[in-house]
Ligand binder design. Structure first.
Ligand SMILES: C[S@@+](CC[C@H](N)C(=O)[O-])C[C@H]1O[C@@H](n2cnc3c(N)ncnc32)[C@H](O)[C@@H]1O
Length: 332
């Protein structure tokens, strides 16, 4: 996940030099903007408290033990060590748990406290820099950023995959979807300066929100699908996608677009999952996640009614602005 404060998304731009020629790492900037938050337990605790996230990974591992039993696993960005420990408990022969920050020390403690220190080896370092003594059967990682790829660490996972995954290896998760739908909220209380600020900054980027499903007023459309086994860094850098959505409510206002993602644990063609698990971050009353949704506001809102069809195109580019305004989005 990306780091955030007060609903504003942090940035991990250029976090890797791996697989496919992404921008060179500026580790100083990375550390300030991203890794430092992960070195604190409060932030790891926030992720560990996300029930939907935890259940999905837990079920993906323990309902597919055949992927782990007797296998070598790489956990990219182990944080507190939770996914590495579960992999060991599911029968892995060896787990390499790589973590860039000092959280690696806590991971070591947790590994020992759970008596899996003979299986799990915590390695502190950047995934792009470290060496492993062998190739691995499984790469497990929780790499997803807001709206999937915004400030995500997927490029580090791609780098790990290209360097260390056996040709027959399995990615956990294996597939990801970015999804978009319309939503309506009352923006009547906006003041003029607020609206100007919106035009200048927020209308060209996206903001964190946890929407109620009732706020979604149109059908959802999948913007793109990513196969984690084959995607390259250039595939994920920018979004260019046409999508069609139909308004599902009578006489309402279209105030913006909401984007979220799903990831799937399907194993691979040769060794499919016995039980396919989905982790979705769609608007939900009971199953919200810390990722929430990213909203792209429209100003002014548009009057729409049930059955209206909207053809739209979302383009994103990486700009030279400071985070969180670095990713600029254009909806036509
Ligand atoms: C979203 S957290 C997930 C932590 C843990 N795996 C979990 O599921 O609770 C991502 C972790 O990956 C680490 N990380 C991100 N990029 C990394 C990289 N290139 N090399 C090593 N660790 C990295 C971060 O410091 C952070 O602790």
């Amino acid at each position: 996940m990306g780091s955030y404060t007060n609903g504003v998304v942090g940035d991990q731009s250029g976090a890797s030099n791996g697989g496919g020629g992404a921008a060179a790492v500026d580790k100083g900037v990375d550390f300030a903007n991203y890794f430092c938050t992960y070195a604190f337990l409060y932030h790891q605790k926030e992720m560990l408290s996300d029930r939907v996230r935890m259940d999905a990974y837990y079920n993906a591992v323990f309902q597919n033990k055949h992927h782990f039993h007797g296998k070598v696993v790489l956990d990219v960005g182990t944080g507190s060590g939770i996914l590495a420990i579960w992999s060991a408990q599911a029968g892995a022969r060896k787990v390499y748990a790589v973590e860039a920050t000092n959280m690696a020390e806590h991971a070591r403690e947790l590994v020992k406290a759970n008596n899996v220190q003979d299986v799990v080896e915590v390695i502190q370092g950047s995934m792009e820099d470290i060496q492993l003594p062998e190739k691995v059967d499984v790469i497990i990682s929780e790499w997803m950023g807001y709206f999937l790829l915004r400030e995500s660490m997927f490029d580090s996972v791609i780098c790990a995959r290209d360097r260390w995954l056996k040709p027959t290896g399995v990615m956990y998760p294996s597939h990801a979807h970015e999804t978009q739908a319309y939503y309506g909220v009352d923006m009547g209380a906006l003041t003029k300066p607020f609206s100007e600020e919106q035009k200048k900054y927020y209308l060209q980027t996206s903001l964190w929100n946890n929407l109620h499903p009732n706020q979604v007023i149109g059908t959802a459309a999948i913007l793109r699908e990513i196969d984690c086994l084959t995607a390259s860094v250039s595939d994920i850098l920018e979004v260019r996608s046409n999508f069609l959505s139909t308004v599902t409510l009578p006489n309402t206002r279209l105030c913006g677009f909401a984007g979220w993602f799903d990831v799937h644990f399907r194993g691979c063609k040769e060794i499919p999952a016995q039980k396919e698990i989905e982790l979705t971050t769609a608007p939900s009353v009971d199953n919200g996640t810390h990722w929430g949704q990213q909203v792209f506001l429209l100003n002014p809102p548009i009057r729409v009614t049930e059955g209206d069809k909207l053809n739209a195109r979302l383009n994103s580019i990486l700009d030279s602005y400071l985070p969180p305004f670095r990713n600029r989005y254009f909806i036509e």
